[in-house]
Design a binder for this molecule. Structure first.
Ligand SMILES: [Zn+2]
Length: 325
């Protein structure tokens, strides 16, 4: 007698420093989430090999087989062809056929999107955005990404896709961004930009406690700048305030365009709550007077570092639902 193997949804969120893998029931109930370090020096093929081996172990332990896989990673991506197109956050992943390789291994459908779009969906389906059918998600981490939900649907656009809030121009002819354009929000307010700007001010000779907080200027991070700002350091404060100001300019433009019910802020830099959310809320509201601003909530993401993996789950569950009907 054949016993039917238990069917599960498998999810993968590949990030620059860590990769999350999750297994969930068909109804979306999460069975397990694990994290692996992303050892970029190994290259994409070996990293993927480790991920699928880990998944195989999880299938064996739960005596299950996947029905579908949801996968997300940093963009830019070619969604239609399932390719990873040299993301700044995954060096060495050039035209990498991620979807095809996963599909070959497990022989089930694979749904795929960039990590910020996935995180938007994760927050909408499982996080602080539950029940909020019109929301904008912005991740402020080493880079800035975004995802937009309108009427309960993720806005996809064409090509590499919609929601690239990190690449809105906030300072025409401003600093060069990794995308090749100038003055993108990402080039001014991302964690990397905050660290670079602080470093630059120290090189210019400004006095700051930042110098005593690191052994090497290269080790300055946005988190360290935030700590120095809290301790009253003038240089750190200026760098931080400038980043938050331009973040409000960029997000304010999105808010007046879409009039969302909520803006959800995620990513590592957003952990500095009082230093970020409170001034950001005030600055956004100052710039969006045309709207009934009191109805727009500025919220901290609810799933922390797991927004993306929950989004991969939501994408896969949605696909299953649509192919059922
Ligand atoms: Zn850009």
């Amino acid at each position: 007698v054949l016993t039917m193997a238990r069917k599960t949804i498998a999810c993968i969120d590949i990030g620059r420093t860590k990769t999350s893998i999750a297994l969930a029931e068909i109804d979306g109930f999460v069975i397990d989430i694990i994290e692996l370090p992303t050892q970029l020096e190994l290259g994409p093929f070996q990293i993927l090999e480790e991920i699928v081996n880990k998944l195989d172990t999880m299938f064996q332990e739960t005596k299950s087989t996947p029905m579908i896989l949801g996968v997300c990673c940093p963009g830019p991506l070619d969604i239609e062809r399932g390719l990873v197109l040299s993301p700044p956050n995954l060096p060495g992943w050039t035209d990498f056929p991620l979807v095809e390789l996963i599909h070959r291994r497990f022989e089930v459908p694979v749904v795929f999107d960039n990590d910020a779009n996935a995180a938007a969906l994760g927050e909408y389906k499982f996080g602080v955005g539950r029940g909020i059918d019109n929301l904008v998600y912005v991740t402020v981490s080493t880079g800035i990404g975004g995802g937009i939900i309108v009427n309960g649907q993720l806005i996809q656009g064409v090509g590499v896709g919609a929601g690239e809030i990190g690449h809105i121009t906030v300072l025409p002819d401003g600093p060069l961004c990794g995308c090749g354009a100038r003055g993108c929000l990402n080039a001014i307010s991302s964690g990397n930009a905050i660290a670079t700007n602080a470093r630059q001010r120290l090189i210019e000779g400004n006095a700051s406690i930042l110098k005593s907080m690191v052994t090497d200027l290269e080790n300055i991070t946005a988190q360290i700048v935030a700590e120095a700002a809290i301790r009253g350091d003038l240089v750190a404060r200026q760098v931080w305030d400038e980043a938050v100001y331009y973040l409000a300019v960029g997000i304010g433009n999105v808010v007046v365009t879409l009039s969302p019910e909520a803006v959800v802020i995620g990513g590592g830099v957003s952990a500095s709550n009082d230093l970020l959310l409170t001034p950001l809320r005030r600055l956004i509201l100052e710039r969006t007077k045309i709207l009934p601003v009191e109805r727009i909530a500025i919220l901290q993401a609810g799933l922390g570092a797991n927004s993306g993996i929950y989004g991969a789950l939501a994408m896969a569950a949605e696909k299953l639902g649509s192919s059922d009907g």
